[in-house]
Design a protein around this ligand. Structure first.
Ligand SMILES: Nc1ncnc2c1ncn2[C@@H]1O[C@H](COP(=O)(O)OP(=O)(O)OP(=O)(O)O)[C@@H](O)[C@H]1O
Length: 267
């Protein structure tokens, strides 16, 4: 069984390059951090006293303003950051997808990159070889897959990366919003694959600014605010508090109906 448990965790970033008094003031004024008492180095407390428990089947959206601590929390939940104070326990294999392009080598072909990227996401070479044809078909890149990645346009790279990411079998899937940065037509095609990917995952945590995308993939949510966990609840409740209005108000009737059934068991 997969699980993530975080107890009273804080994550601090010391800012060593803010040496002058005025620069320290500027840094701290912006983010409301605090000066470390021993070192006089300004410290930004990106996460403050977070306690959260995630278990098999959880599909959690992460919302909050810029700088609220979403990316830092995703990295804490992935085991990439250790808490400065408090503790974190992760049971399960993590597939962190923060940047679609990461782990791609521009000098090798698209086909070779499919295997390499899969390895980065915790798959074996054998597993990836079985999926290459399916990924190739999805990307619609044809003969380009034999060419080095540096010859691809940005959009072509995103297709390749999205094809690989949606082919894996993650125990814990941690997605940052960059995944939405694909052209709309291709995203529509990727949506079903993304939904299947989420179905295969034990736990999903997904940071996004898009209500519709959140409703597609998540049923509950966490609202981060200035490094604090402000609210955890159903996706609809959290978005209503966070945005000050019910997200269903501005949705198409079809989506409203679809998401209401998925999240609240009907309105
Ligand atoms: N490596 C780092 N070094 C110093 N400060 C950092 C670092 N990473 C994040 N921070 C600071 O921690 C705070 C939280 O940042 P984080 O990136 O987690 O926010 P976010 O909610 O993901 O924002 P966004 O929506 O803009 O991506 C910010 O004040 C940010 O400046």
């Amino acid at each position: 069984m997969v699980s993530i448990d975080v107890w009273n965790a804080s994550v601090d970033f010391p800012i060593f390059d803010a040496k002058t008094r005025s620069m320290k003031k500027q840094v701290l004024g912006k983010v409301g951090g605090k000066i470390g008492s021993d070192t006089k180095v300004p410290i930004i407390e990106a996460l403050h006293d977070i306690t959260v428990s995630l278990k098999e089947g959880d599909r959690v959206g992460l919302v909050g303003h810029n700088g609220a601590g979403k990316s830092t929390l995703l990295r804490l939940l992935s085991g990439i950051y250790e808490p400065t104070r408090g503790s974190a326990k992760i049971v399960g294999k993590i597939a962190p997808v923060f940047d679609l392009g990461i782990g791609m080598d521009p000098e090798i072909s698209g086909l070779e990159n499919i295997i390499i990227r899969g390895l980065f996401l915790g798959m074996t070479a054998k597993q990836m070889e079985k999926r290459v044809d399916d990924i190739a078909e999805f990307t619609e890149l044809g003969d380009y897959l034999q060419m080095p990645l540096r010859t691809y346009s940005t959009g072509m790279r995103v297709r390749l990366a999205l094809g690989v990411v949606t082919s894996i079998d993650p125990e814990i899937l941690i997605l940052d919003e960059g995944i939405g940065a694909v052209d709309a037509a291709f995203l529509a095609k990727a949506k079903d694959r993304l939904k299947d990917l989420v179905k295969r995952s034990g736990i999903l945590v997904f940071a996004s600014h898009s209500d519709e995308f959140l409703f597609e993939l998540c049923d509950s949510a966490i609202w981060m605010d200035e490094g604090h966990l402000k609210q955890r609840g159903t996706l609809r409740d959290v978005l209503t508090q966070y945005k000050g209005r019910d997200p269903f108000e501005h949705m198409s009737p079809e989506n409203r109906e679809r998401f209401a059934v998925a999240t609240n068991g009907g309105e």
